[in-house]
Write a protein that binds this ligand. Structure first.
Ligand code: SF4
Length: 332
């Protein structure tokens, strides 16, 4: 049985259930790298230039952890999943960069996903990918249909039931449900945490921001709990057009949650992320213009102190609770 390695980083959070379904249906064994650790981040950082963004450094660490455990490593090139809207340039060169900085890696399984090139080119790319496992085109077609169904189910589950990606993934794959994001009936506040999923849901990189808030009895809302339509119309409202796929995670979610229904919005950004530096500014200006909901930005890099994160979270929560008490006093 061919062992396919999948790094638990970057697009893993958005697409793993689909990839898992596809490779399993073709008879492969899927091996996922362990959760991020200090050693993985250190090793990944040592292989790339200093100004590479933190999530890509972590990604390289995940690839290194898979080197001796699989026959192939799956690193798709996801260029565009919506017409004329493109991924960040790091995603475009990810497989090529990995080949260069991890020369000892097993062969890399790549597929170019670009809907602008048309349906036929995408089908041909999927077929070429499937041919690594079977020569039967019907089996590949069926595997891709099942995988797409799995993806739609995963996506709908998050918006319909307000689940985080790790929670929805656990349901789809039948694994134990992670605690983060569990709604508490006695929540002291509702906070939207926005940012790329590979930052929010990687507890090592984010210093456990999500579980910490949850332990403080906070109800969490995240970008993936909104439908694509809601996110896109929010981006259009504040920017007029959509250029990057990741805009919906930051600008779309930020613009939506800043309109109400939450006590505060926390934006988690990666040091060294070009798109984040622009998008965070858009959300910050939107928050300043509306002036109704507290907004905090947390920028994370490999030197970020856990104590610093805890202090800022506590201060932010204190401010929200003070605002809530003041509102009660005025109404009362
Ligand atoms: S969007 Fe930012 S954090 Fe994500 S891969 Fe690109 S540069 Fe890195």
């Amino acid at each position: 049985m061919i062992r396919v390695g999948i790094p638990r980083a970057l697009l893993y959070y958005q697409y793993y259930p689909m990839w898992h379904s596809f490779f399993k249906a073709l008879g492969a064994e899927v091996i996922v790298s362990p959760v991020t650790s200090q050693a993985m981040l250190r090793e990944g950082t040592a292989r790339v230039v200093a100004d590479t963004c933190l999530p890509v450094k972590a990604f390289i660490g995940h690839v290194l952890s898979l080197v001796s455990k699989c026959d192939l490593i799956f690193i798709p090139t996801v260029r565009s999943v919506r017409k004329n809207i493109y991924s960040c340039s790091k995603f475009l060169g990810l497989s090529e960069m990995t080949r260069v900085v991890v020369p000892e890696a097993p062969p890399i399984l790549d597929i170019m996903v670009d809907v602008n090139k048309g349906r036929l080119r995408l089908c041909q790319a999927i077929y070429r990918l499937g041919k690594n496992f079977t020569a039967d085109p019907r089996k590949i077609r069926q595997a891709s249909r099942d995988a797409w169904r799995t993806h739609l189910n995963y996506r709908n589950m998050m918006s319909a039931h307000r689940l985080t990606q790790p929670q929805a993934m656990a349901r789809v794959l039948g694994t134990p449900t992670p605690e983060s994001g569990v709604e508490s009936p006695e929540a002291k506040a509702t906070i939207a945490v926005i940012g790329h999923p590979y930052l929010l849901h990687d507890d090592f990189i984010s210093h456990r921001i999500m579980p910490r808030l949850e332990q403080a009895n906070v109800k969490l809302l995240t970008p993936e709990m909104l439908t694509d339509t809601t996110l896109e119309s929010a981006v259009m409202r504040v920017m007029g057009r959509i250029q990057w796929t990741c805009e919906s995670e930051v600008v779309g979610a930020g613009a939506h949650y800043l309109r109400g229904g939450v006590g505060g919005v926390i934006n988690v950004t990666a040091f060294g992320c070009g798109p984040d530096s622009l998008m965070t500014d858009v959300v910050r200006r939107q928050a300043a213009r509306l002036r109704s909901i507290p907004f905090m930005n947390l920028t994370i890099d490999e030197h970020t102190s856990e104590v610093g994160i805890i202090t800022r979270l506590e201060a932010f929560l204190d401010m929200i609770y003070r605002k809530q008490r003041a509102r009660v006093a005025v109404c009362g």
